[in-house]
Design a protein around this ligand. Structure first.
Ligand code: KIV
Ligand code: ZN
Length: 389
């Protein structure tokens, strides 16, 4: 184990990007990768190179631009996939090949039509091949939480023996509950100890992805796979902002360290929202528009007397701009430009002019303009500019 340091493996650009409404161009992925670097993630999973030319290029370009950050490429446990991932990572200074195969009986029977023995052998062969290209190899047992635990242990130990440096046990369908997941992770940590890092990757189908990831870390996992705004397949993945904020705010209960710069959480969330087709829901913890809004009279009264009565996290500590609720028609271009930067946007002069005109038109009709309204204007202006190019 690595003490209490937990590695943050960001998969916004892969698991997040592959979900509906979230696809990004290589250029957009590069923009988001810069923000992930500001955030201080330990590993960026930039794509699934065999899936498309775009994914291949994204992995290559992100690795070229970020030599000091580990960049991962996903591949199935096949020769072709692994070689394509290795090719995309060829110039990378810090590379990881992330290979996976499903291990649950339901996937073996209906999807892969393979026996447990066959899958075990393919997993070992895949890791051995990946190790020929890269010293850092992660193996994921897809649908681990619905896999027979004895078989999961057998395959986990076998891939570590074959050279896997990280073993990821995903809750692929968001099936597990915290105490159950913790027991599974604890058993595997015991089984291969310090020989590999145990990673968790939780989906949010029952709204338990963050809780399950925390339980797993308490049981000995030291890598969390997560995404900005919790985007990802179906109900999404473990939300990066929620889990790192939980570690920061509840250190008394969760004495774990990450390398995340909390002040970049809100700008990262805003930038992602501008690149994909939706933002976080208003009541989303940490980054939602209402996460720090106090509406009820009793709450406002308590808050004004002492912030901590109703606020457990200072909004500025997670990068929420001060006074974010109101910019009005008397706000100048300069203040608006600062707010755009706080929201994660770098605008050209022409774009800022256009945003300013639309902002003033809206502010004329309303008492104050909220951040989500400003972000909406910016997104429209950026989209119009792209369409005109
Ligand atoms: O959810 C999952 O199992 C995955 C793996 C490919 C890691 O995304
Ligand atoms: Zn996933």
């Amino acid at each position: 184990m690595t003490g209490n340091r937990v590695f943050i493996f960001d998969t916004t650009l892969r698991d997040g990007e592959q979900s509906p409404g979230c696809s990004m161009t290589v250029h957009e992925k590069l923009g988001m990768a810069r923000k992930l670097a500001d955030l201080g993630v330990d590993i960026m999973e930039a794509g699934f190179p065999i899936a498309s030319e775009g994914d291949f290029e994204a992995v290559r370009a992100v690795a070229a631009e970020h030599p000091d950050i580990k960049v991962a490429a996903l591949c199935r446990a096949t020769k072709l996939d692994i070689e394509r991932a290795a090719d995309a990572l060829k110039g990378a200074k810090k590379a990881r090949i992330h290979t996976f195969i499903a291990t649950s009986d339901i996937h073996l029977q209906y999807k892969l039509k393979k026996s447990r023995q066959q899958v075990l052998e393919e997993a070992v062969k895949a890791v051995q091949l990946a190790r020929q290209y890269c010293d850092d190899v992660e193996f994921s047992a897809e649908d681990a939480t619905r896999t027979d635990a004895d078989y999961l242990e057998q395959i986990s130990v076998a891939v570590v023996d074959a050279g896997a440096t990280t073993v990821n046990l995903p809750d692929t369908v968001g099936w597990s509950v915290p105490h159950e997941y913790a027991a599974l992770i604890g058993r595997m940590v015991k089984s291969f100890g310090d020989r590999a890092i145990l990673s968790v990757h939780c989906h949010d189908d029952l709204g338990l992805a963050v809780a399950n990831s925390i339980a797993a870390v308490q049981a000995g996992a030291r890598q969390i796979e997560c995404t900005v705004n919790g985007i990802g397949e179906r109900a999404g993945n473990c939300s990066l902002e929620e889990i790192v904020a939980a570690f920061a705010v509840r250190k008394d209960q969760l004495p774990f360290e990450t390398g995340i710069n909390l002040k970049e959480l809100y700008p990262a969330s805003q930038l992602l929202s501008s690149l994909i087709t939706f933002g976080p829901q208003p009541n989303k913890a940490i980054v939602g528009e209402n996460a720090f809004a106090h509406e009820a009279g009793i709450h406002q009264d308590g808050y004004l007397k002492h912030r901590a009565t109703y606020e457990i996290i200072p909004p500025e500590s997670v990068g929420v701009p001060e006074g974010r609720l109101v910019l009005g028609k008397h706000s100048g271009r300069h203040a608006l430009n600062d707010r755009c930067a706080d929201l994660g946007y770098q605008l050209t002069r022409e774009q800022l002019d256009e945003v300013y005109h639309r902002f003033i038109a809206l502010a004329d009709r309303k008492k104050g303009v909220r951040n989500d309204e400003i972000s909406g204007i910016i997104r429209q202006v950026i989209a119009n500019a792209a369409a005109a190019d």
